[in-house]
Design a protein around this ligand. Structure first.
Ligand code: HEC
Length: 149
């Protein structure tokens, strides 16, 4: 490796740390855990949307994703404890100041994911597309109030 390449390699971690977010140093790292849990939700959810948008609905793989979503949908919520509004969170303060509204958004989301699973089991593309859109609407609706954009 040339000297300049070595220098770049040495500086890279610094650059990443400098534009990165504050580290989650809190006990149990609740912000890190809930974000990772949301990433799992996205990971299950996104491929379903891709299938529908590209008009490549495949009932079996769609059903697998809907089951995956059902198995990860409960992941984030236990990590929204009372003292967990701190950087690097993207949650808004309303999560803690409007707990009843947050809970009703959460319940609506959980119900919509249950309906998506039922629709996926029906293997009827029209049902599936409507149920998918209803879940998507719940992501958006909760994020609008409770996640920084
Ligand atoms: C009941 C509220 C609620 C619902 C429903 C919800 N989210 Fe979120 N989501 C949040 C909050 C709050 C955060 C910010 C968490 C943090 O940073 O502490 C978040 C963060 C995320 C993140 C992490 C990235 C970021 O910008 O912080 C992803 C990805 C995500 N949500 C995807 C989804 C998807 C996909 C759905 C629907 C399938 C969904 N969420 C449904 C509240 C919700």
């Amino acid at each position: 490796m040339s000297a300049s390449k070595l220098l770049i390699a040495a500086l890279l971690p610094l650059a990443v740390a400098a534009c990165g977010e504050p580290a989650d140093t809190h006990p149990g790292q609740p912000v890190t855990h809930r974000r990772a849990a949301f990433e799992k939700i996205l990971h299950a959810f996104e491929p379903m949307g891709v299938q529908l948008r590209k008009q490549q609905y495949k009932a079996e793989t769609f059903l697998e994703r809907a089951k995956e979503l059902a198995s990860v949908k409960d992941g984030p919520w236990e990590y929204f404890g009372p003292a967990t509004n701190y950087p690097p969170t993207h949650a808004t303060a309303k999560v803690w100041s409007e707990p009843r509204q947050f809970e009703s958004e959460r319940q609506a989301f959980l119900a919509a994911t249950d309906r998506l699973l039922v629709a996926a089991e029906s293997r009827d593309e029209k049902n599936v597309a409507a149920a998918y859109e209803a879940v998507h609407e719940q992501c958006r609706s909760c994020h609008k109030a409770f996640k920084e954009q």
